[in-house]
Design a protein around this ligand. Structure first.
Ligand SMILES: Nc1nc2c(c(CN[C@H]3C=C[C@H](O)[C@@H]3O)cn2[C@@H]2O[C@H](COP(=O)(O)O)[C@@H](O)[C@H]2O)c(=O)[nH]1
Length: 349
């Protein structure tokens, strides 16, 4: 039964008014974090300036196929069938934590003449494996995946971080698909009946590695980052058709990773306490579940929500948090002029 929205929640004068729909409870559970936050502050003036700048950029570009809804087929296996959706579930089960220890070079792979790192390396490595004949779309195969095979899949310079966790997540995908869904992610998608939050909820319920939920000062906080991005990726890859057809993508929130906070801080939308700034700038680890980490992630969700609202108020009525997310994430792919992102060893982002 949906929580009865208290008067306080619906308080339109709050700087963080809740939307009418919040099925995943990401916005309602992160709102107390943002309002109580002591290490991270959202600068609302800078946020509005950023929204204005983007609106001007959109107005200036004649080509309105927003780059945000691109799907990079050169790095992503795609045959349009059930193998593709199983492969994409694996992609997002392993879509986390690509950075290296302080002072160490990043893990990279060579793929079709390019040296790739981070998310692109993960996607391309999984595509390379399929091209080399490994059935990464097969649930039984995944449930029995061994470490030698996974090491071969991710072969390159250095080692992909959290290797054992990735092996466990890959096997979990195979095991859960076999046990509950006849080996097909398409059956999970069918159960969601075209609802994006419903599919994210199913992923969180059935696949433990997607259960991106923590606590802050004793209260549950839900981010569901990989569950939500998996739904968004399906919509992008299938261009809103077939297994990518969702009627309510606007109910997804931003995906609280480590790149968006870096970009939001670069634009001075995020202000960190001196202590937190010093820890991040010296690349010290932030423990998963720490107040600092949860405040950074909660502020990320709400900054994207507020950016979306600011742009909608100025006429971009169809912009979604996922599109704001993509725009920020792509900006973060050229982070040479930015200060470091925060480092939390986690399987959740
Ligand atoms: N918030 C958000 N986080 C995202 C993505 C993506 C890639 N998705 C898009 C790419 C092409 C398609 O259009 C996909 O939609 C990866 N990540 C996260 O970033 C981190 C990796 O970063 P780096 O170390 O620089 O590779 C890691 O936490 C990873 O989980 C996104 O879109 N939004």
């Amino acid at each position: 039964m949906a929580d009865i929205e208290t008067e306080q929640n619906r308080d339109e004068n709050s700087p963080y008014p809740l939307p009418s729909h919040d099925r995943l409870k990401v916005l309602s559970s992160t709102r107390p974090v943002v309002t109580q936050s002591t290490h991270v502050r959202i600068n609302h003036e800078r946020l509005k300036e950023l929204a204005q700048r983007w609106l001007q950029e959109i107005a200036a570009t004649s080509d309105h196929t927003a780059e945000q809804d691109q799907w990079y087929f050169q790095y992503h296996f795609f045959d349009g069938g059930e193998r593709t959706v199983n492969w994409m579930l694996l992609l997002d089960a392993l879509n986390f934590c690509f950075w290296s220890e302080r002072g160490q070079p990043r893990w990279t792979i060579e793929y079709k003449g390019e040296t790739l790192n981070g998310y692109w390396a993960e996607a391309a490595a999984l595509t390379r494996a399929v091209e080399e004949g490994l059935p990464l779309w097969d649930a039984d195969y995944l449930s029995k995946l061994n470490s030698e095979t996974l090491a071969h899949i991710f072969r390159g310079e250095q080692t992909i971080p959290l290797f054992e966790e990735r092996l466990r997540n890959a096997r979990e995908v195979g095991y859960v698909l076999q046990t509950h869904f006849n080996g097909q992610f398409s059956q999970v998608i069918a159960q969601a009946k075209g609802s994006a939050p419903a599919l994210a909820e199913l992923l969180t319920t059935y696949f433990p590695s997607f259960n991106d939920i923590t606590t802050y000062r004793g209260q549950e906080v839900r981010f569901l980052k990989r569950a939500q991005i998996c739904v968004s990726d399906l919509a992008s890859a299938f261009k809103g058709t077939a297994w990518g057809a969702f009627s309510d993508l606007n109910q997804l929130t931003a995906f609280a990773d480590y790149k968006l906070p870096q970009v939001l801080r670069h634009f001075h939308v995020f202000e960190y306490s001196d202590k937190l700034a010093q820890r991040i700038d010296t690349q010290m680890l932030l423990p998963a579940g720490s107040e600092e980490e949860v405040e950074i992630r909660a502020a990320t969700v709400w900054a994207c929500e507020l950016l979306q609202r600011a742009m909608r108020q100025e006429g971009q009525e169809n912009v979604t948090a996922a599109e704001i997310d993509q725009r920020l994430w792509l900006l973060g792919q050229d982070a040479t002029t930015m200060r470091p992102y925060h480092r939390t060893r986690t399987i959740f982002y």
